[in-house]
Design a protein around this ligand. Sequence first.
Ligand code: ADP
Ligand code: MG
Length: 602
Amino acid sequence: MSATVQTAKPAPVRRPLVPGAGPLAYLAVVGLAMLAAVFVPFDDYILHILVESTTYAIAVFGLTVVLGLCGQINLAQAAFFGLGAYAVGLGTADLHWSFWLALALGAGVALLMGAFLGMSTLRLGGHYLAMVTISFQQILTLVMINWIPVTHGPDGIGNIARPALFTSGHGYLGLCVVALALVGYLVWRLPETKLGRSMRAVRDNELAASVSGIDVYRIKVAAFALCALLGGIGGGLFAGGFAYVSPDQFSFAESIVFLTMALLGGVASPIGALIGTALLIVLPETLRFLKSVPGLYLAIYGLAVILIIRFMPDGIWGFLQAYLRRYLMPPGFTQDAPELVLAPAKLEAPSALEAKGLSKHFGGLKAVDGVSFAVRRGSVHALIGPNGSGKTTTLNVLSGLYTPTTGKIALDGHDITALPPHARAAAGLGRTFQNIRLFRSMSALDNVVIGAERQRNDFLAHHLGDGHAALIGQARAALDFVGLEARARDPITSFSYGHQRLIEIARALAGNPTLLLLDEPAAGLNSTEKLELRGLLKRIAAKGLTILIIDHDMALVSDVAEHITVLNFGRRIADGMAAEVLRNPDVIAAYLGAEPDVDHRP
Ligand code: ADP
Ligand code: MG
């Protein structure tokens, strides 16, 4: 155990809300709900509301995934719902297919359309996605209304069939409850899977996600397609429930209703989706008695929604969760963290990193201009220079966030110049940011687990064993290495600035990098924290890891770095052994604030 920070307080032992609650307890609840659906003598009106609520909720789960987990907007969920509904409607009523075939086809088409829309817009960013989904929604509505020979136009489709075993209202409700429970369970567990964690990382911080090895675009497309799929499944079940569907049920207004359900209940969890859906289906029904005054119930409904969203920004479930959190936390660890494993890199090239003639120009500004240097394997190499000299830009080019204007980059002797950031992370590049970039909605542990998930090779399986436990083990080991393992489960926001820097380093370390890029790790630290950082850097170096560090703290740099490259106005002005470089008159002039040579500025 090598804790540098003694101030960390041990995590309190927390107990789950229901002892032993897990899949079994969930199954019991679902079983009870199913028995109720089948045997409680609801009248048709209640059955109607329950089938509507369960099928809508499945579609709202889709928004939990895309918006809640991944932070992407989808203003066309009613269109995907409609695709599923029309597939079941047309399939069973006109083509006499089996219900299941029609449902599967509808869900498949929704999935494909979602993936296609996602792929065509998710590279472009938020506004485009909103616009494209609205357009898609409008086009689909127009098709439903106007392609009369196929869709029956505004008249809609009647005589929609149900599957053989579920023809009664109660039987069908039972089916919807099972579907809801199944989908709900998967969505509930999703955040703890690699895919779900990646989605959360993308929502929290795209840049940090990409340098931690996550293919941001692919994850967004996956989230979007999953959302569309759940829309399609919900819609297909909805059509079977009501035997009749028409275009107005799948309009843009309905997409807004889906979105409101998600936001109202709480977009971060399927429980929120359930609450929001139930409320927005039941509330308008109960307010119908106000119908004597036209429009009054709509006004009250709208006001209620505004008030709830105004005073509970995280939705109703988010609000309740703040009180339940301590019971919902997993219990603390009972065993010590394992030793941090850093597998030795393949010793092919003498340099861990080689940059040749790197330039990055922003219009006329030559932020980096023809810089070359090599980082010897196993060394600590510093990149220094005055503010604005191009140090961070160099790091951004090295880690793939910027495409270089000219130049080549080799990691371990392999050319990585054309690789995207996540592929460079997988190739062994780990980094931290000058302005800390952590996944702020997560615990320290989850942040570091994301780092651990991107392994350079199968070294985890090789050194620690397979699976989730090994992942958690490596993440805890990395946190332990920076001295913060005792607070692993604490939310990021509860850590001091200095500790957040350490967690960012732990996240990079957990990925077993060949080369660690650190951008001003000492910035903003107090003198005690700086001392701790110095110790940490030395312990990392002692593990044989190669480090390229940017910092202004010359005491730190001269203490840890054996080699220094100096930039000024984007150009390399010195490069060599630390002691020599620090004596170099050009370097001293650049650093001691000799008047900047304005001719260098474009
Ligand atoms: P350093 O990290 O050495 O302080 P930077 O690499 O951040 O310097 O910046 C170098 C120069 O490049 C600065 O003049 C900065 O304004 C400019 N620069 C950095 N990033 C961008 C960008 N994305 N667009 C335009 N100019 C940039
Ligand atoms: Mg900088």
